[in-house]
Structures are given as C-alpha cells and as structure tokens.
Design a protein around this ligand. Structure first.
Ligand SMILES: *Cc1c(COP(=O)(O)O)cnc(C)c1O
Length: 339
C-alpha cells in the first residue's frame, strides 16, 4: 500500500492547453515543462501538449531538454536558463535552442536573445549585431500578474528594441500575460502554471477557465482519541482541550507536504478538516469530527482543495507547492490518466 497517490489528469491538461490556444489567437502556445513539468512529469505533459498543438517545449536546463529530446525527436525545445560551454556542444548536437543573455553568442546553435526590459535578472540591456543563428528575441515580465502598467512599460521597451526585427520570433508572455495582457502575446507565449490548471493570480483557477491537473490523495493510517491536555506531534504544538479524535496521515514534508502548511484544510471522507500540530517528515495529523475508521480516504489536493489554498497558508505561491511534491516510487504511487 502506498503512502499516497498522485494522479495526473492529462485530459484536464489538454483542456487547459486548448483554452490557452483559444485565448492566444494567432500566437503560438509554448509549453513550459521545467522542474519536471512543475512536478507533474515533464515527458507525460510534453506529449499531451505537443498533441494539442504546442509549438515548442521550454525548460530551464540542458539535462531537462535532453530528456525531452530522447522522447520527442522533432519537437522544438528551448533551454531558458544559462548553459556552460560544454553544454553548448550537447545542445548543438541535440538541436536544442538556447536563450542567451550575454553578448557572447554561441555559434552553430539556434539562439533566442534575451533582453532585460525590467525583470532585473537574466538579459541584455540592448541588442547587439545579430548573427544569423539568432532566431528569436525574448523578454520576461516581472509583474504580469500584479502590475499591468509596469508590464506595459516593459513591452514598450521590448517593442522599441526589437521592432525592426519583426521577422524573428518574438516572445514575452508567461501565463499571466497570456491570459490578461493581449499586447504581450506577440508571436508566442511561454505558458507554464496555467497549463497545469493553476492560477497565476493566486485565485481559483476556474475563474480563468482552467482545471487542476494534479490530485494528491492518501488515507488515515491511524486514528486516536486525545484526552484533554494530550498533544500530537513534535513540540506539542497542538494540545486537545476536550476529548478529540485525530487521524494520522502517512505524508509529511519529505513528500512535499510542507512544514508551514499546518492549519491548511484537507478533505477527510469528503469533509474539510484542519491539519493540526507540527508536520513531520513522514506524517501529518488532522483533527476529526469523530472516530473514523483507518483507511478513510484523505484528499490533500483535489475535489476543490486547491494548491492555491495551501500556498496561502504557507505564505508562498502555488508553483512552489506542486514543484515540491515528491512522487518518486519510494514515496508515492503516480498514475497518469489520459482520456
Ligand atoms: C518559468 C518561466 C515561464 C513560465 O511562467 P508561468 O508563470 O509558469 O507561465 C515563462 N518564461 C520564463 C523565462 C520562465 O522562466
């Protein structure tokens, strides 16, 4: 019996991809599948989105790209992070494309030059002479989800710097910009989080017509009644004031259920119950309404329990919640549905 089960619904992923393509109109959907497809499994996700007409796959590193190349011989694959000299040779051989953020442009490999228009991270301040192997120009928006005026200013700078190269593929949008900033769509949009049915705006993804792709389920492995004054977990951070049933779920921070998610709610037999006490490496406790049997199902993400809800409790973003779910076979069983 596995401690927890992760189910990846590629049907939902396909519907999200279609929704994004519809929003994007003429711009291409480029699927961002870095960090193991935001914890969903890069190869499974990539296969489904290519099938739905995605024009390229985007990752952060050359090893991520090489894994995809071995599965998808013809796909366009863009490495968005910095690469070493040795990796340039690998990229050339594997027909990868590289985002380049400094004036030294590698030869013999297709390059997208990255301009820093206000993110203050990777990117050139201005465009150099363009060698023929530059096929794209890109920038990244710092505030597409929070400050449309600043995003518009970044787009203005990008347009000014790249306008005379409109024969190259130009791309700036992430998910938030693809959904809310029509001017950012340009030739292609690099969408990650929205594909997975997660909101770039920390709200309910349904508001943008998106469906969560990942479900995470477990069960009660032990149920006990605490007498008043008895506690559960390290540090005795939760102490019962009256006779209280608690259920122990065999999932902890090593599985990706973060230690700062105490207080968040999960579904126990379909009812919302609070996670109480300190979350341990391999276990967490939920407060129950009564004596439930061992094996009662617990939904950690799914059926209306959103990664966004857990992120709000932990003071982080939904991206970080899903990226950290450890679905290696030693911890969880992973099932991929494609319908
Ligand atoms: C991760 C990343 C994206 C995708 O962002 P989402 O908010 O997940 O859509 C797009 N562009 C770059 C450069 C990135 O690093």
């Amino acid at each position: 019996m596995h401690r927890s089960e992760i189910t990846i619904d590629l049907g939902a992923l396909r519907r999200n991809a279609r929704r994004l393509r519809q929003v994007l109109g003429g711009a291409e959907l480029w699927a961002v599948v870095k960090a193991a497809g935001y914890g969903h499994g890069a190869v499974d996700v990539a296969g489904a989105v290519l099938d739905e007409g995605a024009g390229a796959l985007c990752v952060a590193t050359v090893p991520e790209a090489l894994e995809l190349r071995s599965e998808f011989g013809e796909a366009r694959i863009l490495v968005m992070g910095p690469v070493s000299g040795r990796e340039v040779a690998l990229a050339r051989e594997a027909r990868l494309e590289l985002a380049v953020s400094d004036a030294e442009i590698p030869e013999g490999v297709r390059v997208h030059l990255k301009l820093d228009t206000g993110m203050g991270r990777w990117g050139l301040a201005e465009l150099p002479e363009l060698p023929v192997n530059v096929v794209g120009l890109m920038t990244h928006l710092a505030t597409a989800d929070s400050d449309p005026d600043f995003a518009a200013e970044q787009l203005r700078r990008f347009e000014q710097a790249t306008g005379k190269h409109s024969h190259l593929v130009r791309h700036a949008a992430n998910s938030a910009a693809a959904l809310r900033l029509p001017d950012a769509r340009l030739d292609a949009a690099r969408c990650g989080v929205a594909l997975y049915g997660l909101s770039p705006f920390a709200t309910d993804p349904a508001e943008d017509g998106l469906e969560p792709v990942l479900r995470w389920e477990s069960r009660l492995a032990q149920v006990k009644e605490l007498a008043p004054g008895e506690s559960t977990g390290y540090g005795r951070r939760y102490t019962a004031e009256e006779p209280t049933h608690i259920g122990i779920v065999p999932v902890g921070y090593a599985d990706g259920f973060r230690r700062d998610m105490t207080g968040t709610q999960v579904l126990v037999d379909g009812e919302r119950r609070a996670v109480v006490g300190t979350i341990s490496m391999d276990a967490l406790a939920v407060e129950l309404s009564g004596a439930l049997p061992v094996e009662t199902p617990v939904t950690l993400i799914g059926d209306g329990v959103l990664a966004e809800d857990h992120a709000a409790v932990a003071g982080t973003i939904n991206y970080e919640i899903v990226c950290r779910i450890e679905s290696g076979p030693m911890r969880a069983r992973r099932t991929v549905l494609d319908a």
